[in-house]
Design a binder for this molecule. Sequence first.
Ligand SMILES: [Zn+2]
Length: 482
Amino acid sequence: MRCLSILSILAIVMTASAQTIDKQLYDAYDKYKESTIKDRRFKHAEIQPLIEKLKSDNQFKVEKLGESIEGRSISLISIGNGPTSVLLWSQMHGDEPTATMAIFDIINLFRSEDFGSFKSNLFDKLTIHFVPMLNPDGAEQYMRRNALGVDLNRDAERLQSEESKILKGIRDRTDADFGFNLHDQSRYYTVGYSRNPATISFLAPAYNYAKDINEVRGNAMKVIGKMNDVIQKYAPNQVGKYNDDFEPRAFGDNIQKWGTSTILIESGGYQNDREKQEIRKLNFMSILSALEVIADETYETENYSKYDAIPFNERQLFDLKISNLTYELGGNEYTVDVAINRFELEYNNHRNFFFYSSIQELGDLSIYYGFEELDATGMKYERGKVKEGAVAYADLEKLDFVGLLRQGITHVRVNDAPRSMRFTNYPIGVLRGSSSLNDRLSLGQHATFLLTKNGKPEMAVVNGFVVNLKTGETDLVNGMIR
Ligand SMILES: [Zn+2]
């Protein structure tokens, strides 16, 4: 811990009176960000030391609730002595880790010596229970389902999975007043029909098909209204509302029904944040702002209008949208828009990934948007050519890739590429053996092609990444070996 001079303490006190607590928390966040978790594909073994060390901190109570189907421990971390109990569970879906990261950041804040009065207020009024990574077997393989192949969020009634029994058990034992169901959603969801990604979406799940509002659900809606006020400051117009249809098998819906005011937080997409580190910070802010209004009961005077005003999620985004491209077929020219997504294919035991990009939509895409957009007015689609002759895998790095693309060559043939290699860091497509290129622009097609002007390549798209052939600039992460 850094020593603070009297002057800097005075400065902090003075700032505290001038700023709201959320602004101070937001500005101080980096200090609490758990440094051992840097990206999304962390595993159970990586969070265990973080849980273990809380056992020697007498603020916290740590309890093993049970084990996953494959025998990984699932822990409960509790703090506070207040009469209102709050239960938060994350990563019920193994490939939805953003809130797990945020939970450990919040725990670091709780362990620090900062924000004393803010925290003592929380701990006097609330008892806060965290269940981080409810589905460790899913997290191990970075997959949604558990080892049984079951979606835990469809097992709230039948309770066949150990993980489901654990969640039901702790909900019943704590008889939580408030519950936080922490998930990740598609990065392509938008706030209504706008171009803004639904970076955070909230929901007070329905507890019946009629979507009635009783006091339990109503309180969740009121808290969300308050959380939205805070998150709008840090991600303006990037908050959506998740689909509110009743799902009788889902945990959020049932926990609402069982009498716990339940709030769903979904972490979506954000420009230039594939690893969701900014979204992690927004989770930190969402949860802390909710805990504050629950502790102070300031949500009680809210009405439902703020909740109702949050636009529902739509899905209007792609990774790359190319507009007004000329496409020639059978001697005729057509104008089409092309939308491309970059999918993550895993290697290294689910720990790393590379991108594989393909065309996901084609035609008039004027209602859709891209995280990146390119206006191809005056440019024509060309498939590109394969370089004559084969290149040895070892010689690949010697090629002038931009030079080849400028000549209209989008692919090289490399017959001795090791079977295990599926991608390169070079802006070119690599073909193995006799594999060939598609003739037509079509859905599902691998996204490597040229955009030409007056017959000359002007831009290239290599594995879904744009290469500017005038300047040679590109944000390409990887090309494919196919
Ligand atoms: Zn989920």
